[in-house]
Write a protein that binds this ligand. Sequence first.
Ligand code: ARG
Length: 410
Amino acid sequence: TLSFAQTLVLKADRLIDVENGKLISNAVVVIEDDTIVAAGEARKVTFSKDSKIIELGDYTLLPGLMDMHVHLTSDATKHGYKRLADSLPRVTLTGVKHAEATLMAGFTTVRNVGAPGFADVALRDAINDGDITGPRMFVAGPSLGVTGGHCDNNLLPYEYHTVSEGVADGPWAVREKVRRNIKYGATVIKFCGTGGVLSKGTKVGVQQYTFEEMQALVDEAHMRGLTVATHAHGTDGIKTAIKAGVDSVEHVSLLDDEAIKLALKHGTYFSMDIYVTEYILSEGAKAGILEESLAKERIVGQRQRDNFAKAVKAGVKMVFGSDAGVYPHGDNGKQFARMVKFGMTPMQAIQASTINAATLLKQQEVLGSVSEGKKADIVGVKGNPLDDISLLENIGLVVKDGQVVKSLAM
Ligand code: ARG
């Protein structure tokens, strides 16, 4: 060929084929520029002699991990009133650090579902321009929400006139916010469909936005080719959002049988952050989480885990979503062990964070598996995560876009 780029070859004892749910032994992956050109059993794969070969031995290769619910601009040690002290430039810089920590933990793609001032757009662009190191980012900009709801900021009294940027009431107002977010670079739309744990004065179980508003929001986003993620803990909010056609529901803590049926019927993804409860209850008070929020978490956490098991059993489409930012970025992978503890097989947990996530993002032609023609986003881990899923908390090799960005193996 006329190309001078050197071919990169990864050799490892194992490769996880997430599309077929299979483990391939004695594997080889061939990468040219940013693309996988061949992957599979060593005896079936050929490559040129002057390739750069990385021998990984007792390693398992798998697709780059994908977290569908992060907030890179959020600092897990600053919650509640502590968060009011940081400016937009300050949280953007925090995001730079968190982007790198996320990538080094093996998460080569994230969906950032809410950030102030389009700081997430700036991070994405800086990463894509090569100025800073971080994952591929799909970004929401400011989350949409009702006045006084979970996506508003209710910490200060009336005379401060504090209103979050994404607050909009009424079908046309939410359409306008969707258009504005797209104008400034959002590639996904996030809205709050119920109260939340960490917001002051909201009830987790109570719906926010009417069906009419959700429908308008979803219609506008879909018309423009964007998917919609909905924060919803409460049963009515979950079901109304699914009926309105959202692509994923986040948290989904208080789902019921009908919510599961609706999700199956509409093909809605669930993104259930079942690790974060441990951090909130152990570190939250120190970090500034309000007592009323801790009280809400004590109710929601275990129910969410039990309902996760139910949803998995029923066959709802699941993606990996951690809510990192509430807990430290880079610890995203701690959720894997909980996903297995609460009902998934290790293969299902890995699929949730790879091929399922790619499909939710409508990137399944480009991302989500180690297969010919896809972007070379690949991670490696010592040992076999299908035997011990917690190995994914210690990723030894990270390749993004064909570039080795981390390697403890060599
Ligand atoms: N951002 C979410 C909220 O404030 C966090 C919920 C965390 N708790 C949980 N059990 N998943 O509602």
